[in-house]
Design a protein around this ligand. Structure first.
Ligand code: ACM
Length: 508
Protein backbone atom coordinates (compact mmCIF):
# COMPACT_ATOMS: atom_id res chain seq x y z
CA UNK A 1 0.00 0.00 0.00
CA UNK A 2 1.31 3.48 -0.83
CA UNK A 3 2.19 5.57 2.24
CA UNK A 4 -0.32 8.24 3.24
CA UNK A 5 2.09 11.08 2.54
CA UNK A 6 5.11 11.69 0.33
CA UNK A 7 8.31 12.42 2.22
CA UNK A 8 9.91 15.87 1.89
CA UNK A 9 12.38 15.13 4.72
CA UNK A 10 14.44 12.80 2.57
CA UNK A 11 14.92 15.59 0.01
CA UNK A 12 16.36 18.24 2.35
CA UNK A 13 19.89 19.48 1.49
CA UNK A 14 22.12 19.01 3.38
CA UNK A 15 20.59 15.79 4.74
CA UNK A 16 19.82 15.83 8.47
CA UNK A 17 21.99 13.27 10.29
CA UNK A 18 19.33 11.18 12.03
CA UNK A 19 15.87 11.36 10.62
CA UNK A 20 13.02 9.01 11.53
CA UNK A 21 9.93 9.62 9.43
CA UNK A 22 6.51 8.08 9.98
CA UNK A 23 4.51 8.44 6.77
CA UNK A 24 1.55 6.54 8.24
CA UNK A 25 1.12 8.85 11.22
CA UNK A 26 -1.20 11.81 10.98
CA UNK A 27 1.51 14.43 10.54
CA UNK A 28 0.91 18.17 10.83
CA UNK A 29 -1.72 19.83 8.63
CA UNK A 30 -0.06 23.05 7.61
CA UNK A 31 -2.26 26.13 7.88
CA UNK A 32 -1.83 28.65 5.08
CA UNK A 33 -0.50 31.10 7.63
CA UNK A 34 2.32 29.31 9.42
CA UNK A 35 2.89 30.94 12.79
CA UNK A 36 6.24 30.95 14.59
CA UNK A 37 6.95 31.43 18.27
CA UNK A 38 9.96 31.20 20.55
CA UNK A 39 10.37 31.32 24.31
CA UNK A 40 14.13 30.72 24.07
CA UNK A 41 17.12 33.01 24.20
CA UNK A 42 18.23 33.57 20.61
CA UNK A 43 15.06 31.95 19.24
CA UNK A 44 13.07 35.19 18.80
CA UNK A 45 16.03 36.80 17.05
CA UNK A 46 16.26 33.82 14.70
CA UNK A 47 12.57 34.21 13.83
CA UNK A 48 12.92 37.97 13.36
CA UNK A 49 15.89 37.62 10.99
CA UNK A 50 14.45 34.58 9.18
CA UNK A 51 10.92 35.89 8.43
CA UNK A 52 11.74 38.21 5.49
CA UNK A 53 14.02 35.48 4.12
CA UNK A 54 11.28 32.85 4.37
CA UNK A 55 8.91 35.24 2.52
CA UNK A 56 11.34 35.45 -0.37
CA UNK A 57 12.24 31.76 -0.35
CA UNK A 58 8.62 30.56 -0.14
CA UNK A 59 7.26 32.86 -2.88
CA UNK A 60 6.34 29.84 -5.01
CA UNK A 61 4.23 28.20 -2.25
CA UNK A 62 0.76 28.90 -0.85
CA UNK A 63 2.14 29.41 2.66
CA UNK A 64 2.71 32.71 4.42
CA UNK A 65 4.81 32.79 7.57
CA UNK A 66 4.15 35.06 10.51
CA UNK A 67 5.28 35.57 14.08
CA UNK A 68 2.65 34.28 16.58
CA UNK A 69 1.50 36.62 19.30
CA UNK A 70 1.92 33.98 22.01
CA UNK A 71 2.84 30.32 22.43
CA UNK A 72 -0.53 28.63 22.34
CA UNK A 73 -1.47 28.44 18.67
CA UNK A 74 2.00 28.56 17.05
CA UNK A 75 2.59 26.07 14.24
CA UNK A 76 6.36 26.13 14.75
CA UNK A 77 7.90 26.55 18.20
CA UNK A 78 11.59 27.15 18.94
CA UNK A 79 12.07 26.11 22.51
CA UNK A 80 15.01 25.56 24.88
CA UNK A 81 16.34 22.03 25.09
CA UNK A 82 19.17 20.19 26.68
CA UNK A 83 20.95 20.04 23.35
CA UNK A 84 24.61 20.69 22.57
CA UNK A 85 25.51 24.06 21.04
CA UNK A 86 24.96 23.94 17.27
CA UNK A 87 22.82 20.78 17.42
CA UNK A 88 19.02 20.70 17.17
CA UNK A 89 16.16 18.30 17.66
CA UNK A 90 13.10 18.61 15.49
CA UNK A 91 9.78 16.88 16.07
CA UNK A 92 6.65 17.04 13.92
CA UNK A 93 3.43 15.65 15.33
CA UNK A 94 -0.22 16.36 14.58
CA UNK A 95 0.07 19.21 17.11
CA UNK A 96 2.77 21.09 15.26
CA UNK A 97 6.52 21.49 14.80
CA UNK A 98 8.96 21.81 17.71
CA UNK A 99 12.63 22.73 17.35
CA UNK A 100 14.73 22.24 20.48
CA UNK A 101 18.21 23.69 20.70
CA UNK A 102 20.67 25.21 23.12
CA UNK A 103 21.17 28.48 21.23
CA UNK A 104 21.14 30.52 18.03
CA UNK A 105 23.02 28.13 15.71
CA UNK A 106 20.78 25.17 16.53
CA UNK A 107 17.51 27.13 16.27
CA UNK A 108 18.62 28.67 13.01
CA UNK A 109 19.59 25.32 11.46
CA UNK A 110 16.41 23.64 12.73
CA UNK A 111 14.18 26.34 11.29
CA UNK A 112 16.02 26.20 7.96
CA UNK A 113 15.32 22.45 7.82
CA UNK A 114 11.60 23.02 8.49
CA UNK A 115 11.37 25.70 5.79
CA UNK A 116 13.11 23.47 3.24
CA UNK A 117 10.77 20.59 4.03
CA UNK A 118 7.73 22.82 3.46
CA UNK A 119 9.28 24.04 0.22
CA UNK A 120 9.83 20.44 -0.88
CA UNK A 121 6.27 19.21 -0.25
CA UNK A 122 4.59 17.69 -3.27
CA UNK A 123 2.24 20.12 -5.02
CA UNK A 124 -1.12 19.86 -3.30
CA UNK A 125 0.25 18.05 -0.24
CA UNK A 126 -0.60 20.07 2.86
CA UNK A 127 0.55 17.62 5.52
CA UNK A 128 4.06 17.79 6.85
CA UNK A 129 4.80 14.14 7.69
CA UNK A 130 5.59 13.19 11.28
CA UNK A 131 9.31 13.09 11.92
CA UNK A 132 11.97 13.09 14.62
CA UNK A 133 15.31 14.58 13.67
CA UNK A 134 18.55 14.79 15.65
CA UNK A 135 21.04 16.83 13.71
CA UNK A 136 24.40 18.56 13.91
CA UNK A 137 27.12 19.63 11.46
CA UNK A 138 30.31 17.70 10.70
CA UNK A 139 32.43 20.87 10.29
CA UNK A 140 32.44 24.14 12.21
CA UNK A 141 33.31 26.19 9.06
CA UNK A 142 30.75 25.94 6.25
CA UNK A 143 31.00 28.94 4.02
CA UNK A 144 30.28 30.83 0.86
CA UNK A 145 32.48 33.62 -0.49
CA UNK A 146 31.25 36.30 -2.85
CA UNK A 147 33.64 38.70 -4.58
CA UNK A 148 31.96 42.12 -4.59
CA UNK A 149 35.11 43.88 -5.84
CA UNK A 150 35.33 42.66 -9.45
CA UNK A 151 31.65 43.41 -9.83
CA UNK A 152 29.72 45.37 -7.26
CA UNK A 153 26.58 43.61 -6.07
CA UNK A 154 23.87 45.79 -4.53
CA UNK A 155 23.10 45.18 -0.86
CA UNK A 156 19.75 43.65 -1.84
CA UNK A 157 21.72 40.96 -3.66
CA UNK A 158 23.82 40.18 -0.57
CA UNK A 159 20.66 39.79 1.52
CA UNK A 160 19.30 37.31 -1.02
CA UNK A 161 22.56 35.40 -1.00
CA UNK A 162 22.31 35.29 2.80
CA UNK A 163 18.84 33.73 2.38
CA UNK A 164 20.39 30.77 0.60
CA UNK A 165 23.44 30.54 2.89
CA UNK A 166 20.97 30.20 5.76
CA UNK A 167 18.67 27.74 3.97
CA UNK A 168 21.64 25.43 3.29
CA UNK A 169 22.68 25.58 6.97
CA UNK A 170 25.98 27.25 6.14
CA UNK A 171 27.49 29.49 8.80
CA UNK A 172 30.14 31.69 7.16
CA UNK A 173 29.46 34.45 4.63
CA UNK A 174 32.82 35.67 3.32
CA UNK A 175 32.81 39.03 1.53
CA UNK A 176 35.81 39.75 -0.71
CA UNK A 177 35.48 43.53 -0.32
CA UNK A 178 38.59 44.91 -2.00
CA UNK A 179 40.66 44.14 -5.06
CA UNK A 180 42.50 45.79 -7.95
CA UNK A 181 39.21 46.60 -9.67
CA UNK A 182 37.34 48.20 -6.78
CA UNK A 183 37.20 49.02 -3.06
CA UNK A 184 33.77 48.56 -1.45
CA UNK A 185 34.36 49.12 2.29
CA UNK A 186 33.93 52.66 3.66
CA UNK A 187 36.73 53.89 5.94
CA UNK A 188 36.06 57.38 7.30
CA UNK A 189 39.76 58.26 7.73
CA UNK A 190 40.41 57.38 4.07
CA UNK A 191 37.37 58.64 2.13
CA UNK A 192 39.08 58.34 -1.26
CA UNK A 193 39.16 54.54 -0.91
CA UNK A 194 35.51 54.45 -1.94
CA UNK A 195 35.20 57.85 -3.68
CA UNK A 196 38.12 57.09 -6.01
CA UNK A 197 38.90 53.38 -5.45
CA UNK A 198 35.26 52.37 -5.75
CA UNK A 199 35.09 53.32 -9.44
CA UNK A 200 36.81 52.26 -12.62
CA UNK A 201 36.62 53.24 -16.28
CA UNK A 202 34.21 51.07 -18.19
CA UNK A 203 33.10 51.91 -21.69
CA UNK A 204 30.13 49.53 -21.35
CA UNK A 205 28.65 51.51 -18.44
CA UNK A 206 26.63 54.73 -18.54
CA UNK A 207 28.98 57.69 -18.20
CA UNK A 208 32.00 55.46 -18.85
CA UNK A 209 32.54 54.42 -15.26
CA UNK A 210 31.52 51.44 -13.18
CA UNK A 211 31.52 50.75 -9.47
CA UNK A 212 29.91 51.38 -6.11
CA UNK A 213 30.44 50.81 -2.43
CA UNK A 214 28.44 50.02 0.69
CA UNK A 215 27.66 52.31 3.58
CA UNK A 216 28.79 51.24 7.05
CA UNK A 217 25.11 51.14 8.09
CA UNK A 218 24.17 48.74 5.26
CA UNK A 219 27.04 46.42 6.09
CA UNK A 220 26.20 46.51 9.82
CA UNK A 221 22.61 45.55 9.08
CA UNK A 222 23.70 42.61 6.90
CA UNK A 223 26.18 41.57 9.58
CA UNK A 224 23.64 41.71 12.39
CA UNK A 225 20.97 39.84 10.36
CA UNK A 226 23.55 37.15 9.70
CA UNK A 227 24.62 37.05 13.36
CA UNK A 228 21.00 36.65 14.48
CA UNK A 229 20.93 33.52 12.30
CA UNK A 230 24.21 32.20 13.69
CA UNK A 231 26.06 33.13 10.49
CA UNK A 232 29.38 34.96 10.74
CA UNK A 233 30.23 37.50 8.07
CA UNK A 234 33.96 37.28 7.27
CA UNK A 235 35.19 40.56 5.74
CA UNK A 236 38.23 40.31 3.48
CA UNK A 237 40.56 43.22 2.85
CA UNK A 238 42.97 41.81 0.29
CA UNK A 239 46.49 43.20 0.81
CA UNK A 240 49.39 43.68 0.10
CA UNK A 241 48.72 42.59 -3.50
CA UNK A 242 45.46 43.11 -5.39
CA UNK A 243 45.79 46.71 -4.21
CA UNK A 244 45.54 48.85 -7.38
CA UNK A 245 42.29 50.50 -6.21
CA UNK A 246 43.71 51.35 -2.77
CA UNK A 247 46.99 52.68 -4.17
CA UNK A 248 45.14 54.76 -6.77
CA UNK A 249 43.25 56.43 -3.91
CA UNK A 250 46.36 56.82 -1.69
CA UNK A 251 49.58 56.51 -3.74
CA UNK A 252 51.72 57.02 -0.61
CA UNK A 253 50.95 53.47 0.55
CA UNK A 254 52.46 51.98 -2.63
CA UNK A 255 56.08 51.36 -3.53
CA UNK A 256 56.46 54.33 -5.86
CA UNK A 257 54.46 57.49 -6.21
CA UNK A 258 52.99 56.20 -9.44
CA UNK A 259 49.21 56.02 -9.67
CA UNK A 260 48.30 52.66 -11.17
CA UNK A 261 44.63 53.49 -11.82
CA UNK A 262 41.75 51.32 -10.65
CA UNK A 263 42.26 48.23 -12.79
CA UNK A 264 40.02 47.56 -15.76
CA UNK A 265 41.65 44.23 -16.62
CA UNK A 266 41.49 40.87 -14.79
CA UNK A 267 44.68 39.28 -13.50
CA UNK A 268 47.58 39.92 -11.14
CA UNK A 269 49.16 43.35 -11.11
CA UNK A 270 52.35 45.01 -9.83
CA UNK A 271 50.59 47.63 -7.68
CA UNK A 272 51.55 46.29 -4.24
CA UNK A 273 51.49 47.98 -0.82
CA UNK A 274 54.90 48.98 0.53
CA UNK A 275 56.07 46.57 3.23
CA UNK A 276 58.39 49.17 4.79
CA UNK A 277 56.58 52.51 4.80
CA UNK A 278 54.97 54.00 7.90
CA UNK A 279 52.15 55.36 5.71
CA UNK A 280 51.26 51.81 4.64
CA UNK A 281 51.32 50.52 8.22
CA UNK A 282 49.13 53.38 9.46
CA UNK A 283 46.76 52.63 6.60
CA UNK A 284 46.57 48.92 7.42
CA UNK A 285 45.94 49.54 11.11
CA UNK A 286 43.22 52.13 10.44
CA UNK A 287 41.44 50.08 7.77
CA UNK A 288 41.41 46.90 9.87
CA UNK A 289 40.15 48.87 12.88
CA UNK A 290 37.37 50.29 10.70
CA UNK A 291 36.40 46.74 9.71
CA UNK A 292 36.08 45.78 13.39
CA UNK A 293 33.65 48.66 13.86
CA UNK A 294 31.37 47.34 11.13
CA UNK A 295 31.65 43.57 11.51
CA UNK A 296 31.06 41.92 14.88
CA UNK A 297 32.37 38.44 14.04
CA UNK A 298 35.72 37.16 15.26
CA UNK A 299 37.51 37.09 11.88
CA UNK A 300 39.28 39.46 9.52
CA UNK A 301 40.69 38.05 6.30
CA UNK A 302 43.76 40.00 5.17
CA UNK A 303 44.33 38.37 1.77
CA UNK A 304 48.00 37.67 1.09
CA UNK A 305 47.42 35.94 -2.26
CA UNK A 306 49.08 36.45 -5.63
CA UNK A 307 51.53 39.12 -4.45
CA UNK A 308 53.97 40.33 -7.12
CA UNK A 309 56.89 40.56 -4.73
CA UNK A 310 59.10 41.63 -7.70
CA UNK A 311 57.55 45.06 -7.17
CA UNK A 312 59.69 45.31 -4.03
CA UNK A 313 63.02 44.67 -5.83
CA UNK A 314 64.05 48.31 -5.51
CA UNK A 315 63.57 48.14 -1.73
CA UNK A 316 66.13 45.39 -1.21
CA UNK A 317 69.90 45.41 -1.50
CA UNK A 318 70.26 41.70 -2.29
CA UNK A 319 68.47 39.46 -4.74
CA UNK A 320 65.91 37.15 -3.17
CA UNK A 321 65.08 39.35 -0.21
CA UNK A 322 61.56 40.05 -1.45
CA UNK A 323 60.29 37.02 0.42
CA UNK A 324 61.48 38.53 3.71
CA UNK A 325 59.47 41.63 2.92
CA UNK A 326 56.45 39.45 2.19
CA UNK A 327 56.97 37.82 5.58
CA UNK A 328 57.29 41.22 7.30
CA UNK A 329 54.17 42.74 5.85
CA UNK A 330 51.87 39.72 6.23
CA UNK A 331 53.14 39.20 9.76
CA UNK A 332 52.38 42.85 10.51
CA UNK A 333 48.86 42.47 9.07
CA UNK A 334 48.08 39.29 11.02
CA UNK A 335 49.51 40.69 14.26
CA UNK A 336 47.48 43.87 13.79
CA UNK A 337 44.30 41.80 13.50
CA UNK A 338 45.21 39.93 16.68
CA UNK A 339 45.89 43.22 18.50
CA UNK A 340 42.39 44.30 17.47
CA UNK A 341 41.05 41.20 19.20
CA UNK A 342 40.17 39.32 16.01
CA UNK A 343 41.45 36.17 14.31
CA UNK A 344 43.35 36.70 11.03
CA UNK A 345 42.78 34.65 7.89
CA UNK A 346 45.07 34.48 4.85
CA UNK A 347 45.06 32.69 1.49
CA UNK A 348 47.45 29.76 1.35
CA UNK A 349 50.38 31.48 -0.40
CA UNK A 350 51.06 33.05 3.00
CA UNK A 351 51.07 29.71 4.85
CA UNK A 352 54.76 29.21 4.04
CA UNK A 353 55.45 32.26 6.20
CA UNK A 354 56.04 32.31 9.92
CA UNK A 355 52.77 33.85 11.12
CA UNK A 356 51.03 33.81 14.49
CA UNK A 357 49.72 30.27 14.87
CA UNK A 358 46.17 31.53 15.49
CA UNK A 359 46.04 32.51 11.81
CA UNK A 360 43.59 30.46 9.73
CA UNK A 361 44.70 29.48 6.24
CA UNK A 362 42.26 29.33 3.34
CA UNK A 363 43.65 26.69 1.02
CA UNK A 364 42.63 27.31 -2.59
CA UNK A 365 45.55 25.72 -4.43
CA UNK A 366 46.67 22.07 -4.55
CA UNK A 367 46.17 19.82 -1.49
CA UNK A 368 49.96 19.68 -0.95
CA UNK A 369 49.76 23.28 0.29
CA UNK A 370 47.04 22.27 2.74
CA UNK A 371 49.24 19.45 4.04
CA UNK A 372 52.15 21.88 4.46
CA UNK A 373 49.96 24.38 6.34
CA UNK A 374 48.79 21.63 8.71
CA UNK A 375 52.38 20.53 9.26
CA UNK A 376 53.26 24.08 10.26
CA UNK A 377 50.51 23.96 12.88
CA UNK A 378 47.89 26.19 11.26
CA UNK A 379 44.14 25.62 11.19
CA UNK A 380 42.85 25.48 7.65
CA UNK A 381 39.69 25.91 5.59
CA UNK A 382 39.62 24.11 2.25
CA UNK A 383 38.20 25.74 -0.86
CA UNK A 384 40.09 24.05 -3.68
CA UNK A 385 39.90 25.64 -7.10
CA UNK A 386 40.40 22.29 -8.84
CA UNK A 387 36.96 20.96 -9.77
CA UNK A 388 35.26 21.37 -6.41
CA UNK A 389 34.49 24.77 -4.93
CA UNK A 390 35.36 27.54 -7.46
CA UNK A 391 31.91 28.50 -8.65
CA UNK A 392 33.08 31.01 -11.28
CA UNK A 393 34.11 28.01 -13.40
CA UNK A 394 31.79 26.74 -16.13
CA UNK A 395 29.22 24.08 -15.27
CA UNK A 396 30.16 22.28 -18.49
CA UNK A 397 33.02 22.29 -20.92
CA UNK A 398 31.33 23.98 -23.85
CA UNK A 399 31.81 27.41 -25.42
CA UNK A 400 28.09 28.02 -24.92
CA UNK A 401 28.30 27.91 -21.12
CA UNK A 402 28.84 30.91 -18.82
CA UNK A 403 31.97 30.94 -16.68
CA UNK A 404 35.70 31.20 -17.01
CA UNK A 405 39.12 29.63 -16.44
CA UNK A 406 38.02 26.04 -15.88
CA UNK A 407 35.12 23.63 -15.46
CA UNK A 408 33.42 22.41 -12.30
CA UNK A 409 30.30 20.33 -12.82
CA UNK A 410 27.57 19.99 -10.22
CA UNK A 411 28.74 16.39 -9.83
CA UNK A 412 32.30 17.64 -9.15
CA UNK A 413 31.01 19.89 -6.34
CA UNK A 414 29.03 16.92 -5.02
CA UNK A 415 32.30 15.04 -4.61
CA UNK A 416 33.50 17.64 -2.14
CA UNK A 417 34.21 16.75 1.46
CA UNK A 418 37.22 18.54 2.98
CA UNK A 419 39.03 15.67 4.71
CA UNK A 420 38.26 13.19 1.97
CA UNK A 421 39.65 15.67 -0.54
CA UNK A 422 43.04 16.08 1.19
CA UNK A 423 43.29 12.43 2.21
CA UNK A 424 42.70 11.27 -1.36
CA UNK A 425 45.72 13.34 -2.38
CA UNK A 426 48.02 13.00 0.63
CA UNK A 427 47.10 9.64 2.13
CA UNK A 428 44.95 8.57 5.06
CA UNK A 429 47.42 9.58 7.78
CA UNK A 430 47.04 13.29 7.78
CA UNK A 431 48.89 14.92 10.67
CA UNK A 432 46.80 17.75 12.06
CA UNK A 433 43.54 16.52 10.51
CA UNK A 434 41.68 17.86 13.55
CA UNK A 435 42.74 21.36 12.44
CA UNK A 436 40.72 21.13 9.20
CA UNK A 437 37.87 23.45 10.13
CA UNK A 438 35.77 22.87 7.03
CA UNK A 439 35.34 24.43 3.62
CA UNK A 440 33.51 26.93 1.48
CA UNK A 441 32.40 27.65 -2.06
CA UNK A 442 34.00 30.71 -3.69
CA UNK A 443 32.30 32.86 -6.30
CA UNK A 444 34.74 35.19 -8.03
CA UNK A 445 32.90 37.71 -10.15
CA UNK A 446 35.09 38.71 -13.09
CA UNK A 447 32.41 37.11 -15.28
CA UNK A 448 29.46 37.67 -12.94
CA UNK A 449 27.94 41.11 -13.18
CA UNK A 450 24.38 40.77 -11.92
CA UNK A 451 22.57 39.07 -9.08
CA UNK A 452 20.79 36.69 -11.46
CA UNK A 453 24.23 35.48 -12.54
CA UNK A 454 25.18 34.88 -8.90
CA UNK A 455 22.13 32.63 -8.66
CA UNK A 456 23.03 30.84 -11.89
CA UNK A 457 26.67 30.21 -11.05
CA UNK A 458 26.28 29.72 -7.33
CA UNK A 459 23.20 28.08 -6.00
CA UNK A 460 23.15 24.56 -7.42
CA UNK A 461 26.83 23.84 -6.80
CA UNK A 462 26.67 25.49 -3.38
CA UNK A 463 23.86 23.10 -2.44
CA UNK A 464 26.07 20.23 -3.61
CA UNK A 465 28.98 21.49 -1.49
CA UNK A 466 26.82 22.01 1.60
CA UNK A 467 26.06 18.27 1.78
CA UNK A 468 29.69 17.26 2.38
CA UNK A 469 30.28 20.12 4.83
CA UNK A 470 27.25 19.34 6.97
CA UNK A 471 27.11 15.55 6.84
CA UNK A 472 30.80 14.65 6.39
CA UNK A 473 29.79 12.47 3.44
CA UNK A 474 29.94 13.93 -0.06
CA UNK A 475 26.65 13.97 -1.95
CA UNK A 476 28.27 12.09 -4.84
CA UNK A 477 28.66 9.04 -2.58
CA UNK A 478 24.93 8.54 -3.19
CA UNK A 479 24.75 10.28 -6.56
CA UNK A 480 22.48 7.83 -8.36
CA UNK A 481 20.77 6.60 -5.20
CA UNK A 482 19.14 9.87 -4.37
CA UNK A 483 21.49 12.85 -4.23
CA UNK A 484 21.03 13.74 -7.87
CA UNK A 485 17.25 13.62 -7.38
CA UNK A 486 17.52 15.83 -4.28
CA UNK A 487 19.46 18.41 -6.31
CA UNK A 488 16.74 18.26 -8.98
CA UNK A 489 14.12 19.03 -6.31
CA UNK A 490 16.22 21.86 -4.93
CA UNK A 491 16.59 23.29 -8.41
CA UNK A 492 12.88 22.94 -9.15
CA UNK A 493 11.90 24.72 -5.96
CA UNK A 494 14.43 27.49 -6.53
CA UNK A 495 13.00 28.04 -10.01
CA UNK A 496 9.45 28.09 -8.57
CA UNK A 497 10.61 30.86 -6.21
CA UNK A 498 11.83 32.90 -9.17
CA UNK A 499 15.53 32.10 -8.78
CA UNK A 500 17.68 31.91 -11.89
CA UNK A 501 19.37 28.65 -10.95
CA UNK A 502 21.52 26.81 -13.54
CA UNK A 503 19.15 24.61 -15.58
CA UNK A 504 21.60 22.40 -17.49
CA UNK A 505 23.34 19.05 -17.22
CA UNK A 506 24.92 18.18 -13.87
CA UNK A 507 27.63 15.91 -15.26
CA UNK A 508 30.31 16.50 -17.87
C1 ACM B 1 42.53 33.22 -5.14
O1 ACM B 1 41.82 32.52 -5.88
N1 ACM B 1 43.42 34.08 -5.62
C2 ACM B 1 42.42 33.13 -3.70
Amino acid sequence: MAPKHSDPWKLVIPAPRRCTVDLEAEGFSLPEVVTLFSDAEGGSEVIQAALPRIDRICQGTVYRWKRAADAAPAAVRLTPGDVEEGHYELAVTSAGVTVRAGGTAGFSAGLATVVQAVLLLDHGQTVLPAVTILDHPAYPWRGFMVDVARHFLPMESLHRVLDVVWLLRLNRFHLHLTDDQGWRLPVSAYPLLTDVGGWRSDCTSEGGRYGGFYSAGELRELDSDAAALGITVVPEIDLPGHASAAITAYPQIGCSREVPGVETRWGIFPAVISPVSQAARDFIRTVFAAATEVFQGPYIHVGGDEVMTESWASLTSEAGQEDQLYQQIVRFMTETVLELGRVPLVWDEASRLDLPRDTIILNWREPEFAGAALERGYRIVLCPQARRTYLDHKHRDTPLEAGRLSVCTVHDSSRYEPLLYVREALGPDLPGADRVLGGQGNLWTEGVRFHSEVEYMGYLRLAAISEGLWTGTPGAAAWSEGFRERLEWWRGRMIASGVNVYPGAMEA
